[in-house]
Design a protein. Structure first.
Lengths: 325, 255, 367
């Protein structure tokens, strides 16, 4: 894929969001968000439904007006630069926005024509993805699998060689395999210098990004490279494995040093509330407590925190009634 | 064809469903034990939804046998519906009715007495901490609360088995875990739970899981068994190996 | 202009692939024409009457006053010969003609029977016979008031249903039916088309593109001209083949006017759907805003003159009212653009106004 021509003069980042606020009725869907995305980055907004990701994306793609604050994309204001921006942005809305009764080829033809170009002319731009779809060229979009729809929607967003891509929850509702394939595609696109902004509710996908912003209830909880975000977990984290997970969980709620305890994959994660405690020490303490409670087979060991742990910890601070303790 | 004597909550034997020439579900055979939390996984289009429709009495199989809560799916589909609970993303509560009204509605549908409805309503409201919002329209609740409430309503008539179709889709990590705690509570009280999900880490929360590929069950067992057999470190990895082997082991996501 | 072309092509795919709707659009008009066959009788008011009185005298004047004063008839002119009648009927200036025989008054005074010829224009639905009755009533009243023998005035009704010689109801209904059917198709389909985009989520993708509102609107309107045209042909085909409705005037003109009318209805549909976000609401709004007024206020079933004044004014903005006039004129009276240019201009103006309003009210954002 050929890289789009670089911006003429400014070193201004391709996305600059400055204290943007957006309300729906009384709820602040976007609540004073300030953030930047750098040129050529693969940037992820990570957060559940209702976090405000879609609203934010709609503001950045000129579909909604912010109630307060300002945002600039590719050096243009999202409010005043609407028509110029619409030529240069690639957008993949949630739910894929494809025409179900049109075929693969017809969908792509249409989106190409809307931007004044054709599939033939931009073939090299979309070839890596489109080549996987071409065998299904005549199939109606409604009859495509979730993974195929994803790829087609991505092609439609890319076909006019945008200078920046906004993908709103492109992996939602799609199975694990297709999700993985999709991120492979994105990784390959990065190398061309295209700036890509993605949103996703899946915490594990955060690790595929250059930088991430954790978002919840319209606010940003953290912004950094994924590893840095994970490392920002400010407590000692232990993984507890035992036969009866549920009872172990209930028991640990009574453990005096529990700051947070919650299920995590095949284990339980226990955040020790003693700041700066030695990890091995914390592990033995917890194991002893459990053995005392009758969980002879419990194994406790330190575990490196992940983004999801950080998310839970930050959320527990923000909304204490929702805390996992 | 008689009901299984060992009290399996769900039993299927060569269960099949075709649509014209397309076989959506291809001779699946598995059991779910009472009180088990069973994860029903598979790629989109693998046949999960069709299988669940057959088990919940919504679709008649083309061939094979199945019993749900001791009832034969061919002849006793109405009895099945009375003995199971169901919750899905699409089929849920009525947004413009209040919390109370929704509970009353489903209570009535399942033939609960006025007293029962009253009791259980109070129990649900206090368990979820919704007593102060009992008279608010459900549509005004945040997604997480809606999901938890929908789950409670699915259990309202104390069914023996409850089917959950992607119940935690889109919900934040904390609420998801609270939801799963509710699942555990129900399972510990003896309710069998069959859940489908796209979150592979939730698969780990289950006692046993099955993975469907192209209409067949490609793997079934406890999460640790499956990981051992596939030499994988996560269910995500197991999944990928089964569904798309050429992708396995490449650029995996560190959970 | 490849963007517009791309839009037109896409819309055409949608239309052709929605088999069920397509079937409804083609067959519904046919079915409707077949089903419609009943007559509705209504009160008559303000009937425009021209009087031919070759020998005016006190008697004829007295009778003429009766007609003028009754409130049912409005005397729009008096002539001494029958010469202007043809033109007056053709231009719809007169709906009834009352023709006194020469020396009417003298015959009556002499105790002989006096002849009164009544000619009605029966292209208005079923009011021809009603008007007859009213004429009879007025005369009878006069006779009894004058103490004359009933029957002294021999009234010869000549419902020369001038432009509807066989007086088939269908002749009268078909123009109105065309208007109804085209309205339904146009308004409903555009409403559905726009809101369907909103519901599948593709509207977002369209908005975040360089497409301007006018392009989107034209892209949504134009393809349905094609379908509307086919529907017109379908209805005309049935009318001609099954019911033998005459086509006195120019077919080409009728099709052209039909196309213009579809354009108006499409523009109305776009305006409606610009404001609604769900298909169901759009359909209801389209029906309320177009079909109902078309049925009630276009003169299709109920004569406009019989309506209360405020409703008559409202009917001025109902596009179907104008088209019904045009269609009846062409099909049953065989008149052409020279007589219909005013009505045509009204439709053209409506199109312009509605399209501009749609483009203006089209939201370029989601809010």
């Amino acid at each position: 894929m050929t890289a789009p021509p670089p911006a003429a003069r400014s070193a201004e980042p391709p996305v600059v969001i400055d204290d943007v606020v957006k309300h729906y009725g009384e709820v602040a869907a976007v609540d004073h968000v300030t953030i930047e995305v750098r040129q050529g980055e693969l940037f992820g907004f990570i957060g559940p439904d209702g976090a405000g990701k879609t609203t934010l994306f709609r503001i950045l793609t000129t579909l909604l007006l912010p109630d307060a604050g300002s945002a600039r994309v590719l050096g243009l204001d999202v409010v005043s630069g609407i028509w110029s921006l619409r030529r240069q942005i690639g957008y993949m809305p949630g739910r894929f926005s494809l025409y179900p009764d049109l075929s693969v080829r017809e969908n792509l033809d249409f989106f190409a024509s809307v931007f004044g170009t054709t599939i033939a002319r931009e073939y090299d731009q979309i070839a890596p993805i489109y080549s996987q779809l071409e065998p299904f060229n005549d199939r109606r979009a409604a009859a495509l699998s979730g993974g195929m729809k994803q790829k087609l929607a991505l092609c439609c967003a890319l076909v006019h060689r945008p200078r920046i891509l906004f993908l709103d929850e492109p992996t939602t509702g799609v199975d694990a395999v297709s999700r993985r394939e999709f991120w492979e595609l994105l990784a390959r696109m990065r190398t061309s210098g295209l700036t890509i902004v993605v949103s996703t509710p899946y915490m594990d996908e955060a690790n595929r990004c250059d930088r991430v912003a954790l978002m919840q209830s319209g606010r940003i909880l953290a912004t950094d490279a994924p590893a840095a975000v994970a490392a920002s977990f400010d407590r000692t984290l232990l993984a507890v494995r035992s036969g009866d997970r549920y009872r172990t969980l209930l028991a640990l709620r009574g453990y005096p040093h529990t700051h947070l305890v919650y299920p995590f994959g095949d284990a339980l994660h226990l955040a020790d509330d003693r700041v700066g405690v030695d990890a091995a020490h914390a592990a033995t303490d917890a194991a002893a407590f459990l053995r005392e409670k009758g969980f002879a087979d419990a194994r406790v060991e330190p575990t490196p925190p992940t983004i999801e742990d950080v998310f839970i910890a930050r959320m527990s601070v923000v909304e204490p009634t929702e805390a996992a303790t | 064809m008689t009901a299984p004597a060992d009290g399996a909550a769900i039993r299927t034997n060569g269960l099949t469903r075709t649509f014209g020439r397309f076989t959506a579900v291809d001779h699946i055979t598995f059991d779910v034990r009472p009180g088990e939390v069973f994860g029903f996984l598979g790629a989109n289009g693998a046949g999960k939804t069709t299988a669940i429709r057959m088990l919940t009495g919504l679709l008649t199989p083309s061939s094979g046998e199945a019993w749900v809560a001791g009832h034969d799916v061919y002849r006793e589909s109405e009895a099945i519906k009375r003995d199971i609970g169901y919750m899905s993303q699409r089929f849920s509560l009525y947004d413009d009715l209040t919390v109370r009204e929704n509970i009353q509605l489903y209570g009535g549908i399942y033939d609960l007495s006025g007293d029962q409805i009253r009791d259980r309503t109070e129990r649900i409201l206090s368990r979820l901490g919704l007593s102060h919002t009992a008279h608010d329209a459900v549509g005004a609740l945040p997604l997480g609360w809606k999901q938890k409430l929908a789950f409670s309503v699915a259990l309202l008539h104390e069914p023996r088995i409850v089917f959950l179709d992607e119940p935690t889709s889109g919900v934040d990590p904390i609420t998801r875990r609270q939801f799963w705690e509710m699942i555990y509570e129900a399972a510990h009280a003896g309710t069998t739970v069959l859940v489908t999900t796209h979150y592979m880490d939730e698969a780990e929360y289950c006692d046993r899981i099955s993975i469907m590929v192209s209409g067949r069950i490609a793997a079934i067992g406890s999460p640790s068994e499956l990981k051992r057999d596939s030499e994988a470190s996560s269910i995500d990895e197991v999944f990928v190996r089964l569904v798309r082997p050429e992708l396995a082991g490449r650029g995996g996501s560190a959970a | 202009m490849s963007a517009l072309y791309g839009l037109l092509r896409k819309e055409t795919y949608h239309i052709l692939r929605d088999r069920r709707t397509l079937g409804v659009l083609i067959f519904m008009p046919i079915v409707q024409v077949m089903l419609f066959g009943f007559s509705i009788s209504t009160d008559v008011r303000d009937v425009r009457m021209v009087i031919v009185d070759p020998t005016p005298d006190a008697t004829t004047l007295a009778i003429r006053d009766r007609f003028a004063a009754g409130g049912i008839f409005r005397v729009i002119g008096v002539s001494q010969t029958e010469q202007p009648l043809d033109r007056l009927f053709r231009t719809d200036t007169a709906q009834v003609a009352l023709i006194f025989e020469p020396a009417f008054g003298r015959h009556l005074a002499a105790g002989d029977a006096a002849q009164l010829l009544v000619i009605t224009d029966a292209t208005e639905p079923n009011t021809g016979s009603s008007r007859q009755l009213y004429v009879n009533a007025v005369i009878q009243q006069y006779e009894s008031d004058m103490g004359k023998r009933s029957g002294a005035v021999r009234i010869t009704p000549q419902v020369r249903s001038r432009f509807n010689p066989t007086r088939e109801s269908t002749n009268l209904f078909v123009p109105g039916l065309m208007a109804m059917v085209l309205t339904i198709i146009a308004a409903l389909m555009t409403a559905l088309s726009l809101t369907r985009e909103k519901e599948t989520g593709t509207m977002e993708a369209l908005l975040v593109s360089p497409l301007r509102p006018w392009q989107i609107i034209v892209g949504k309107v134009a393809p349905y001209l094609g379908i509307g045209f086919v529907s017109v042909l379908a209805v005309l085909g049935v009318a001609k083949i099954v019911f033998h409705v005459p086509m006195q005037g120019s077919l080409a003109l009728l099709l052209a006017e039909g196309t213009l009318f579809i354009l108006v209805a499409l523009s109305l549909g776009i305006l409606v759907s610009a404001r609604t976000s769900s298909q169901r609401v759009a359909m209801l709004a389209a029906m309320m805003g177009t079909m109902l007024p078309t049925q009630m206020l276009s003169g299709f079933i109920f004569p406009i003159e019989s309506m209360p004044r405020p409703l008559q004014w409202v009917s001025i903005i109902v596009p179907a009212r104008w088209f019904v006039l045009i269609a009846r004129g062409i099909m049953l009276k065989g008149i052409g653009l020279t007589y219909l240019w005013r009505e045509t201009l009204v439709l053209a103006a409506m199109t312009l106004v509605l399209l501009v309003a749609s483009a203006r009210s089209f939201k370029v954002r989601l809010q």
